[in-house]
Write a protein that binds this ligand. Structure first.
Ligand code: DC
Length: 207
């Protein structure tokens, strides 16, 4: 778990690979649901319409690819129009209920094992997880990383990050919190490899 721009996505993929565990990107479910809403031309704030659209769709994730109704949407879900609407769609409690059920089913299909990346994994989806990690970093550092990655303007990225953080941590349904019992790692002053090694050490210490 952790806010955007902490390196959560890349770190969790590399850790999963090195630990020989499957990886689940839960943000991709919220993004796929948002893509469906955007494609339907619906208002992402309209709870009733949004739930109607999302409830009628099939979601799947395999080998790092996200599927919506059987179609590979891995690239489409990264588009700006999806990113702009995803906070609104993921704030609806009924959307979260549907997608959390999908995520739990995914882990069951993988014999209860996996590295699961998201914002409410230790608090809501898997409160009994063997190991909970919360990656954090200062807003400035997160904005610097994202700006470097996407080539966008630093000030615009920082403003957008602050807006999304505020929205994600103050929403009523499953706000972003540090889960009980989570190990908090501030990645601001650490290299990518240091973060990966620290996580692998924690996994090794468990077994
Ligand atoms: O990690 P990401 O940027 O792909 O996530 C997209 C959005 O989905 C993010 O703004 C918040 C939401 N999300 C969520 O509410 N709960 C999760 N477990 C994962 C993502």
């Amino acid at each position: 778990d952790g806010p955007g721009g902490t390196g959560k996505s890349t770190v969790s993929r590399v850790v999963a690979h090195k630990a020989g565990l499957p990886h689940l990107d839960t943000g991709a479910y919220y993004r796929a649901a948002t893509l469906a809403v955007v494609e339907a031309g619906s208002d992402p704030h309209d709870a009733e319409k949004v739930v109607d659209i999302v409830a009628g769709k099939r979601f799947a994730q395999e080998s790092g690819h996200m599927y919506l109704n059987g179609q590979d949407v891995s690239e489409a879900i990264r588009e700006e129009k999806v990113t702009a609407a995803v906070s609104a769609v993921s704030a609806h409690p009924s959307v979260r209920r549907l997608l959390v059920a999908e995520q739990r089913a995914w882990i069951e299909r993988h014999a209860g094992n996996g590295v699961v990346e998201g914002r409410d994994i230790g608090s809501v989806v898997f409160p009994d997880a063997d190991l909970k990690i919360y990656l954090d970093a200062s807003a400035e550092e997160r904005a610097r990383r994202r700006a470097r990655e996407t080539g966008e303007d630093y000030d615009a990225v920082l403003a957008d990050l602050n807006r999304r953080d505020r929205f994600d941590s103050t929403r009523v349904a499953s706000p972003l919190v540090i889960p009980d019992g989570a190990v908090v790692i501030d990645t601001s002053e650490l290299t990518f490899d240091e973060v990966v090694q620290r996580l692998l050490g924690l996994i090794r210490a468990m077994t």
